[in-house]
Design a protein around this ligand. Structure first.
Ligand SMILES: NC(=O)C1=CN([C@@H]2O[C@H](COP(=O)(O)OP(=O)(O)OC[C@H]3O[C@@H](n4cnc5c(N)ncnc54)[C@H](O)[C@@H]3O)[C@@H](O)[C@H]2O)C=CC1
Ligand SMILES: Nc1nc(=O)c2c([nH]1)NC[C@@H]1CN(c3ccc(C(=O)N[C@@H](CCC(=O)O)C(=O)O)cc3)CN21
Length: 295
């Protein structure tokens, strides 16, 4: 089934989860996934090697469970840096054997001290390879605040256009905390001829250290307003969680009102937060009639 077609029907809503470290947290993740099932998101993506970890197992097993037990379309992330052609082909056939035909093709984060394979140095090469060797639908990543390795926004958008020309069927954005940056990016991407759906990536804050670490790895700026919120509630987890949920809801309500193609929620494996955000915004998604373009 094509996921891209869903963007013609509605404002898409999707989740992301990551494979947990231990067996106990694996059980917790399955509970989380069961809790999220009632929302019936359009798909759930599963990271692989997120943030530069060396844990490459579990992604396929978790994606299988999502697809075949929860009956929600699953997307597996594939970061290319440390894989060769054979690794990618094996992953694709394993996924296909489970009825999964969607991947997010990425360059991936560098792992300190580990030498890349040198085969897929950028996501574009991986996208081209997957398109040439399978019938998978391929997603790509994009950067409202410009990727930190790009010389400037223009080159970043040119690279994005190249990924779309090579076959990226839809895009998921890096997390961002300033909607105007997303709108500016979206406009530039459209002008550059990027004509595939772009989902906005939203990450609710759960704790100050974690969000600061992720923002640093991802090269995403924290607006003053957001940093003040973190500083004010850093020692009060309940208040920080509530403030973070309110911030994410505010971002999502605005994005949906501005006709965004979809919202991809980085759940950080926390179903309570995802459920609260969903219950506050479900009617906005239901009511959404997408205009052809957004400003
Ligand atoms: N492991 C995971 O689950 C996830 C990882 N990520 C991370 O996102 C980041 C980048 O991934 P992608 O966007 O897939 O990488 P990408 O290869 O498209 O872009 C990475 C950088 O290289 C530049 N670039 C792209 N193609 C180029 C080319 N042909 N020549 C020269 N420069 C080029 C881009 O402008 C950008 O600065 C990584 O840090 C990745 O790990 C993001 C989401 C999930
Ligand atoms: N550069 C970059 N790399 C990514 O992996 C990535 C992005 N950007 N942007 C969006 C999401 C966010 N992702 C993340 C970010 C952090 C964790 C993380 O903190 N993982 C911990 C587990 C913590 C726990 O077990 O509770 C880990 O150690 O892997 C996972 C996925 C994956 N994605």
């Amino acid at each position: 089934m094509s996921l891209v077609d869903k963007f013609n029907e509605k404002t898409v809503f999707s989740f992301e989860v990551f494979p947990p470290r231990s067996t106990t947290s694996a059980e917790k993740l399955y509970q989380t996934l069961t809790d999220l099932q009632a929302i019936q998101p359009d798909f759930i993506s599963v990271t692989l090697g997120a943030g530069g970890t060396d844990r490459y197992n579990d992604t396929v097993g978790i994606a299988d469970r999502i697809q075949n037990q929860l009956h929600i379309p699953a997307i597996a992330h594939i970061p290319g840096l440390y894989l060769n052609e054979q690794d990618v082909l094996s992953l694709l056939s394993e996924l296909a054997a489970h009825g999964i035909h969607h991947v997010l093709a990425l360059r991936g984060d560098a792992i300190p001290g580990k030498t890349p394979q040198g085969v897929f140095q950028h996501a574009d090469q991986l996208i081209q390879f997957i398109k040439a060797n399978s019938d998978f639908e391929v997603l790509g990543a994009c950067y409202p605040d410009t990727h930190k390795d790009a010389p400037d926004a223009l080159h970043d958008i040119q690279n994005l256009k190249h990924k779309v020309d090579l076959g990226a069927d839809h895009l998921i954005s890096q997390l961002f905390f300033e909607n105007q940056h997303f709108y500016n990016f979206r406009e530039k991407a459209l002008l550059a001829g990027v004509d595939v759906p772009i989902e906005a990536g939203i990450m609710p804050v759960t704790n100050k250290k974690q969000i600061e670490r992720i923002a640093a790895v991802a090269g995403v700026p924290l607006p003053t307003k957001f940093a003040r919120m973190l500083a004010r509630y850093e020692n009060n987890p309940e208040a920080l969680r509530d403030a973070g949920i309110a911030y994410a809801i505010d971002q999502i309500a605005d994005l949906v009102a501005q006709g965004v193609d979809g919202v991809h929620l980085y759940t950080m494996n926390n179903s309570e937060i995802a459920n609260r955000i969903w219950s506050a915004t479900a009617s906005l998604f239901a009511a959404s009639h997408k205009p052809a373009t957004i400003k």
